[in-house]
Design a protein around this ligand. Sequence first.
Ligand code: TYD
Length: 135
Amino acid sequence: MIEQCKLIEFPQKGDYRGHLVIVEGNQDIPFHIKRVFYIYGSDREVIRGKHANYNTEFVLINVAGTSKVRVDDGRQQKIFSLDRPHIGIYLPKMVWKDMYDFSEDSVLLVLASEHYDEKEYIRDYAEYLEIVNEK
Ligand code: TYD
């Protein structure tokens, strides 16, 4: 599953007026976008995420500033740096994720394949390991 976590480079159509980055659902990313949220005002000390989702796929983009994303599938871990506004990371369902090391100016944009539903979150790492190791 961790192999499915991938950096995606989005098309850029910037010109002398400035930058423009395009993210089209089902085209530049592998799902239809149902929800968008963004995280800012976090800092180097904060660790966010710490959960997995039964059904939701995500794409994370630092549209400003930088952060890191650690992904874990119960067997392996991998760390991705989000440091350019035209780069995103795709996260499949059922991957454990932590977001951390936020720069002061970090604005982390998150695109999600599903509407919010707290019931599809796994927020306990021991429980997550049990679930993925059962498979
Ligand atoms: P949380 O899942 O802890 O954020 P993160 O993934 O960044 O660590 O969410 C913080 C709060 O916001 C929590 O009370 C749930 C709520 N929330 C929504 O209501 N809708 C959403 O789409 C999201 C992502 C969170």
